[in-house]
Design a protein around this ligand. Structure first.
Ligand code: GAL
Length: 414
């Protein structure tokens, strides 16, 4: 071969190695609403500033069910993404399959152990090893209300069931949709979590949603929970079936509906629409759950990847855990930081309230994993509960039948 030829090959080799030096991460997630996408942009930019390109793999569908189906297919075909947004017990399931990466070295270097709350570590670590980086803590027992409607009708924030019903009646009588809701199983279950807590209190939530005690699941209190779900059903509009959660939030934003019962990712939609807490909208705890918090935490779970992708993966994990990212991201997302050492200075009124109430619930022992969002029971049991809750919400079962079905469905899913 001529000298020129060798030179050319060398040059080509060089350019190939320059091309492969461009690091990238492929991230599977379900953050596709306006507010969610805006929050994720903070992370994309952080990585791009470090020279790591972002290969986006969005799978729409709040709560992440569709995303988990896509993930299964990817891993089965031997092509796992770098990182995956995941919730609670799903993380444990994947860890059990032995396909996740080990983040111990990075965690030790950056002192994660001291700043991540115990409730989250239960999911970020498996068999004592770090396998995920927690992005946030969301809480799910919130009410999002249109302030103009509340002012117009002289409504105060309800603090118990009767006050809630009285407020919903007034909103309905005034010609608005009282409850903005999307009829999807995870959304029905999000309301169910709150009604369980409001009706039976923290001990009942623990017994039924976490310990799955058949006595609690089959109790008169559970019958009241289903009765209350049926009552709430009378306040949704005719087109609720299948509606995405962010479209329900938009109904409150646009003064078509009075309230939405939803996790604090709803706040991201209000902010994205230029709305201000306490001026345009109100955030308060689901009536009767003022002293308790049901939470879920989005974590970026790292899959085992080849050596060539490892460095970018660690950069992603480190970016997620940085205090400045945890503040900047969660301010936009509606959640609160997954580290205990992040100041609340940049958070708005709802965010400050969320941070304070989370800390208080943690101290009081009234912080519980959300069933609807995969933090109280494994997916099989959760899905069994979803089926019964949704069938009842859609009028297929009366409350007494729903109680029986719940006991049976949970028993056979375990
Ligand atoms: C939750 C997730 C939130 C939010 C919501 C709706 O499961 O934790 O971050 O994205 O779904 O998509």
């Amino acid at each position: 071969m001529s000298r020129a030829g060798i030179g050319m090959i060398a040059a080509l080799g060089l350019s190939t190695s320059i091309a492969s030096a461009q690091e990238s991460v492929e991230v599977l997630h379900w953050w596709t609403s306006g507010g969610e996408a805006k929050a994720l942009q903070v992370l994309k930019k952080d990585l791009e500033d470090q020279g790591v390109s972002w290969n986006d793999m969005p799978v729409a569908g709040g709560g992440g069910e569709q995303a988990m189906t896509v993930l299964r297919a990817r891993v089965t075909s031997g092509n796992a993404p770098t990182a995956v947004q995941m919730l609670g017990f799903d993380i444990k399931d994947w860890a059990g399959e032995g396909v996740l990466a080990n983040l111990d070295e990075l965690a030790a270097e950056e002192g994660w152990e001291d700043v991540v709350p115990e409730a989250l570590k239960g999911f970020s670590k498996y068999d004592g090893h770090w396998i995920a980086a927690p992005v946030n803590v969301h809480s799910t027992n919130w009410v999002w209300a249109n302030k103009a409607i509340f002012d117009e009708l002289g409504l105060k924030q309800p603090t118990n069931w009767d006050e809630l019903i009285a407020a919903l009646d007034k909103i309905k009588e005034a010609g608005y949709t009282a409850v903005a809701h999307g009829g999807q199983a995870w959304q029905d279950a999000t309301i169910f979590d709150a009604v369980v807590m409001a009706t039976g209190g923290p001990d009942f939530y623990q017994a039924s949603m976490i310990d799955t005690d058949p006595d609690a699941l089959g109790s008169d209190t559970m019958k009241t929970v289903f009765d209350r779900m049926a009552q709430l059903r009378t306040y949704v509009d005719d087109n609720f079936s299948g509606r995405d959660w962010n479209l329900a939030t938009a109904m409150v934003i646009n003064k078509e509906a009075g309230v939405q019962f939803m996790g604090d990712w709803a706040k991201g939609e209000f902010l994205n629409a230029g709305k201000v807490p306490d001026t345009d909208f109100l955030c308060f705890r689901f009536p009767g759950t003022q002293d308790a918090v049901t939470f879920n935490s989005d974590q970026f779970v790292m899959f085992q990847v080849g050596e060539d992708r490892r460095d970018a993966q660690l950069k992603l994990a480190s970016a997620v855990m940085s205090p400045s990212f945890q503040s900047a991201f969660n301010v936009v997302k509606g959640s609160v930081p997954a580290r205990t050492d992040v100041p609340n200075d940049d958070f708005d009124a709802c965010g400050k309230k969320g941070m304070a109430e989370l800390a208080a619930a943690n101290d009081k022992g009234t912080l519980f994993g959300s069933m609807a969002h995969g933090h109280s029971v494994p997916a099989g049991v959760k899905n069994a509960m979803y089926d019964v809750i949704t069938a009842h919400f859609n009028g297929e079962y009366d409350s007494a039948t729903a109680v029986e079905e719940l006991v049976n469905a949970v028993e056979s899913a375990q």
